[in-house]
Design a protein around this ligand. Sequence first.
Ligand code: 13P
Ligand code: SF4
Length: 348
Amino acid sequence: MRSLASLPIAGQPVPGAASAGPGAGSEAAAAGARQASAVGSTLDLDERIRELKRERNAVILAHFYQESEIQELADFIGDSLQLSREAQRTNADVILFAGVHFMAETAKILNPTRTVLVPDMNAGCSLADGCPADKFAAWRAQHPGAVAISYINCTAEVKALSDIICTSSNAVRVVQSVPAHQKILFAPDRNLGRYVMKQTGRHMELWPGGCIVHETFSQRKLIALRHQHPAAKLVAHPECEEPLLDMADYIGSTNALLNFVVNDNAQAFIVATEPGILHEMRKRAPHKQLIAAPPEANCACNECPFMRLNTLEKVCHALERMEPRLEMSDALREAARLPLERMLALSP
Ligand code: 13P
Ligand code: SF4
């Protein structure tokens, strides 16, 4: 947690503001005041959110891809599987889910009596958006008798049409749980699906979906980066494309990548996933060199545009107004719960 005492306090002089030359004094002072008031408002926001959490008996669950200030305010940070478990076990009346829509839906499915707040309802996911329930149902119908395994990055409707759910932490185990003679459909991430096929030796029919963030990394730039940092290990999320995964020293969910970086003997790592994870990696491995894998274009497109819709202001508004709320019909919730519970039963 960020300590309030460690932050500059609003209204106190900002270092350097008074030392500029003649005529620049008032400008510098004004800039200093602006900077101090920006810091002050963040501090106010932090305090207001903490206060609202107490008043509402709320917990903030945040994914590793959230802005660092949201991670710092959260009661729990984790990957999809950890967040699902935490949502299921919390006794708080309110869950503010700082992640994306399918994660908040999962929290509601697993703990339906809690109020689930979402800072921004537009925080979707390219994988969930690319797999509409009607098309998924039609695909299933073309493969009668096949077991449908869906990655948790899908809508509640698709979960309800699936036999079992998996995350990037347990996909191999979930696939291995299916009897060898049964055909498997895997949706919606083809990259995770291909990776799991390699790991298990099982053939699966793959839905042709991908993550716009993890498919953006440049293999060309990564090769150059590895020449520059020959001792650095490349760690990658399985949503990355196959040629990148083939280069990786370690592949895993966001939490698995974090643990690897913390525990491995190497001192430098190139991290091929959303750079929000670097915040917790830096905290837990402060002396290690962490290099974000570069996207092909000169852009910030390795940052998930959906995850980054959430801001401290929106977190505060949601707690203040107790909306937007995640609502879903009992029938949908019940239908989506079983495949999720099958996954949790298989995950230690
Ligand atoms: P994790 O389960 O590894 O957190 O992945 C979720 C996700 O959306 C990755 O893009
Ligand atoms: Fe979806 Fe990709 Fe964003 Fe993860 S990083 S939430 S898979 S769009």
